[in-house]
Ligand binder design. Structure first.
Ligand SMILES: Cc1cc2nc3c(=O)[nH]c(=O)nc-3n(C[C@H](O)[C@H](O)[C@H](O)COP(=O)(O)OP(=O)(O)OC[C@H]3O[C@@H](n4cnc5c(N)ncnc54)[C@H](O)[C@@H]3O)c2cc1C
Length: 383
């Protein structure tokens, strides 16, 4: 199904990744050694022009179209190479600045994302504003040419290593809920910004809470018009739910690896169950190709990103539940080690799959979007 051009591109990317991929076993990025390993690997990608191949050439990318980007992602995932430490900047923040920022903002911020001299995080969620994102309470008070921020952000992925945050703040308290919000970029070393690491159940300390107390940022850091941050944020939210960056390749690889390692047995039903998971992973791959086709034709993707997001978490959870099922009581065994050691891979991956039901909009919210926008069912009553 792939054109000769795409087949040739796949061979080129595969050859480069195979001969340049690191030989070391990656440590988590939130440890000092781990971060150094990740940065060294990403510096190799940057030097070869592979930091953000889908970014336009004018912003330092290779200008790849959707199909070439998909091939690149498949090859990256096939080799089980690590998640990018600057994915919030590369996938969400950077493209939002490309779409809505001024030339000055693009020039100031985009190069730092490509070479990791700036690592970005996303400051949308707050203790009382997740699904109801427009209920956010962090304020931005205009004082001269500055925006003075007060409030708290939570669930901040990569917050412990980030240097910049793209955040939503309320700049007009009188305006209707969705109208008085602005999209702002802030340096995390600004006075009045405190980043507190959060360690999770699965042992990762990648999250942070971010407290803002009279933190002054230049008004020039607002992306798009003041008070129109809700519209600007839709660009990054859509990107977050959309293309799965080789997720289909990872899913298929995971099912095959579990079947090989733990055995697919017709007598216990595990062969049938793993086969069913593989069929779902295959369907997910085909849906990803459909979305790629829609995007490459410039057509409206409608609710398809939400369908993919919903199924992604359900399929991954199902695969990891089957792994636990096959492991039996071994699934709960924790090797001897310090209490702060990360959980063993099986448990970590299971909990990470469960988190998929929450991040980038919960399962219930995706169902609301699908029912309202794709099926045309009545809108949920809103306060
Ligand atoms: C791994 C992970 C990484 C994350 N990274 C980031 C990040 O980097 N930056 C960031 O800003 N945020 C991040 N988040 C936060 C994430 O976006 C929120 O957790 C999510 O939007 C849900 O919000 P909430 O946790 O406040 O839950 P709530 O909105 O309080 O929801 C609680 C429950 O109620 C349900 N619910 C709520 N409203 C409705 C409704 N109208 N109809 C039906 N059910 C409803 C929800 O589906 C959910 O089951 C991350 C979350 C996770 C798990």
């Amino acid at each position: 199904m792939f054109s000769d051009d795409l087949v040739a591109f796949r061979a080129e990317v595969r050859a480069w990744l195979e001969s340049n991929r690191p030989k070391w076993r990656f440590q988590p990025y939130y440890t000092e050694d781990g971060l150094a390993q990740h940065l060294e690997w990403e510096a190799r990608l940057f030097a070869a022009g592979y930091s953000a191949p889908g970014w336009p050439k004018e912003f330092g990318g290779l200008g790849l179209d959707h199909w070439h980007q998909l091939i690149y992602d498949e090859e990256y995932a096939r080799l089980n190479l690590p998640e990018r430490v600057n994915k919030m900047g590369l996938l969400h923040g950077g493209p939002t600045v490309m779409a809505h920022g001024t030339p000055e903002q693009q020039e100031a911020w985009l190069p730092g994302i490509l070479n990791n001299s700036d690592i970005w995080c996303q400051g949308f969620s707050e203790p009382d504003a997740g699904s109801d994102l427009a209920g956010l309470r962090t304020t931005g008070r205009i004082e001269g040419d500055q925006l003075v921020l007060n409030g708290q952000k939570t669930w901040t992925s990569f917050g412990v290593i980030a240097t910049k945050m793209f955040a939503l703040v309320r700049t007009d308290r009188e305006a209707p809920k969705h109208r008085g919000i602005s999209f702002v970029i802030l340096d995390l070393d600004t006075e009045g910004v405190e980043v507190r690491p959060l360690r999770q159940l699965h042992g990762h300390a990648g999250f942070a809470e971010v407290f803002l107390t009279e933190a002054a940022v230049p008004l020039a850091n607002v992306v798009g018009p003041l008070n129109e941050g809700w519209r600007i944020a839709q660009t990054s939210l859509k990107l977050e739910r959309g293309m799965g960056r080789g997720t289909h390749t990872k899913m298929l690889r995971t099912v095959d690896e579990i079947a090989r390692r733990l055995g697919a047995d017709p007598d216990t039903g595990s062969l049938e169950r793993l086969g069913s998971h593989r069929a779902w992973a295959f369907a997910y791959e085909q849906a990803t190709y459909e979305l790629t086709d829609i995007l490459s034709r410039g057509r409206d993707e409608g609710a398809l990103p939400s369908v993919l997001k919903l199924r992604l978490s359900e399929i991954l959870t199902g695969i990891r539940e089957e792994e636990r099922n096959l492991l039996g009581e071994r699934a709960e065994q924790i090797p001897a080690g310090p209490p702060e050691a990360p959980l063993p891979p099986t448990q970590r991956e299971y909990w990470h799959a469960r988190a998929g039901e929450i991040y980038a909009g919960t399962t219930e919210i995706q169902k609301n979007i699908i029912s309202e926008t794709a099926l045309g069912l009545p809108r949920e009553p809103r306060p």
